[in-house]
Design a protein around this ligand. Structure first.
Ligand SMILES: [Zn+2]
Ligand SMILES: [Zn+2]
Length: 433
């Protein structure tokens, strides 16, 4: 294409020669040249901004929610001033219509026989029109000289189930009455009642269909059948990754006790030998042997879950300053310093010294590493540097030889090699999230 063709249609006038046109173009280009440096510097500045912070997008939009440095976090509680207490947080007695051969006295006596420290009997509130106070809690058998009894109930609603836990009686009727309202209404009532609310069996039938903003914990291990909890774990990781400091807990959800005589057997009585109190068992590191301390530990996440009351307990610690002394445990939240952190996973209790345990570490919802642990007190240590800006969490899952639970002999086959799991150790989680 020649130049005449290129500029065809432009009216340069009859007097404009090719040479003149060339000079005009060159002159204009030179006019722009002095500004080139300024434009280039400006571009560099914008690029540097984008690289340094994701807050400023190309359009200059600033995301007010972009990660910022967290303010001072509350001090980490003592790692020694407390005690490990074990229990089950989801059990149905005869006050649930779908339960059988499971009186309150039978549950409490069983708890005592297997060394449980606390129990949350969580009957379906809809079976008593919300009046838990005059049913489960008013049952003359609802008493114990050794087992801590939580005031609890399973909030059984159109949109799914959640467990309410309290150290003292509360007006559960109000929570029942509000069950079909919007989350903002439910959340306000829950807050007024001062209860710990927990999302039950979060995936599948009757899954918790409310906002996770109004719960303190989630049932990540429901019943002895460990394999069916995969989706619950996925939801937990999603909630953790999105900034919610949400405690993972267990619950057998057992409904059926062993009949006192063969004629009292039901079609579900077989379940008592496979899934009962303690499958799984939830351990809490409580400041005292009180119901309030159990619930506080549950809220703050110093919690791990084991396949049964005799299985080893998973403990997860972190040494922040590399002085060989652990500074925090699961549930604790610290500010990341940019320095490497040493983590320790420890199995305590009834370990099998000749066996090998597989410890899987999850970081921010993704696999981080797999380690092997052996010996009487199996320990695994690893090091990582949590990001200084933005949240990081680590949690562990331990697999290995099943531990016998003679009182519930069928549970071993259902939990398989799953030994236990920890709650996360948190970095830069905003307490005011
Ligand atoms: Zn349920
Ligand atoms: Zn239930």
């Amino acid at each position: 294409m020649d130049r005449d063709m290129l500029f065809a249609g432009y009216n340069f006038g009859p007097m404009v020669s090719h040479e003149l046109l060339k000079n005009m173009i060159l002159k204009n280009t030179r006019k722009i040249a002095p500004f080139k440096g300024i434009v280039y510097t400006g571009l560099l500045a914008i690029m540097a901004c984008c690289t340094n912070s994701s807050a400023l997008a190309q359009s200059g939009h600033v995301n007010p929610w972009a990660p910022v440095e967290v303010g001072p976090l509350p001090p980490i509680a003592s790692l020694t001033d407390g005690m490990w207490l074990k229990g089950d947080l989801h059990v149905h007695s005869i006050h649930s219509k779908d339960a059988s051969n499971n009186s309150v006295a039978k549950i409490i006596a069983f708890c005592k026989s297997v060394g449980m420290d606390y129990i949350g009997i969580t009957d379906h509130d809809n079976h008593v029109n919300g009046d838990v106070a005059h049913n489960t809690w008013a049952d003359p058998e609802f008493k114990s000289d050794s087992v801590l009894l939580l005031y609890s109930a399973e909030w059984t609603t159109t949109r799914g189930h959640g467990n309410a836990f309290s150290a003292k009686p509360y007006d559960h009727q109000r929570l029942y009455d509000v069950r079909d309202q919007r989350d903002v209404v439910v959340g306000a009532v829950k807050k007024e009642l001062g209860i710990h609310l927990s999302a039950n069996h979060p995936s599948g039938k009757d899954h918790f269909g409310f906002s996770y903003d109004m719960v303190e914990s989630i049932e990540v291990w429901n019943s002895a059948i460990w394999s069916k909890n995969a989706n619950a774990i996925m939801i937990w990781d999603d909630m953790l990754s999105s900034g919610r400091k949400l405690t993972g807990r267990g619950g057998s959800d057992s409904h059926h006790g062993t009949p006192d005589s063969p004629d009292k057997a039901t079609k579900n009585s077989y379940q008592a030998k496979a899934n009962y109190v303690g499958t799984p068992t939830t351990w809490v590191f409580a400041k005292a042997r009180t119901t309030q301390a159990v619930i506080d530990a549950l809220t703050n996440g110093r919690v791990s879950v084991s396949a049964n009351p005799y299985a080893p307990r998973v403990e997860f610690y972190a040494d922040l300053d590399q002085d060989g002394k652990m500074d925090m445990m699961m549930g604790d939240d610290a500010k990341a310093t940019g320095k490497p952190v040493k983590f320790r996973v420890q199995l305590t209790g009834n370990t099998s010294p000749d066996s090998t345990y597989k410890v899987s570490v999850v970081k921010n919802g993704d696999p981080f590493g797999t380690y092997k642990a052996t010996g009487k007190t199996p320990v695994v240590e690893f090091t990582d540097t949590p990001a200084t800006l933005g949240r990081t969490y680590y949690r562990v899952v331990v697999e290995g030889p099943p531990t016998a639970y003679p009182q519930v002999p069928g549970s071993m086959a259902l939990s398989g090699n799953m030994v236990g799991l920890s709650n996360p150790i948190y970095f830069n989680f905003d307490p005011n999230f």
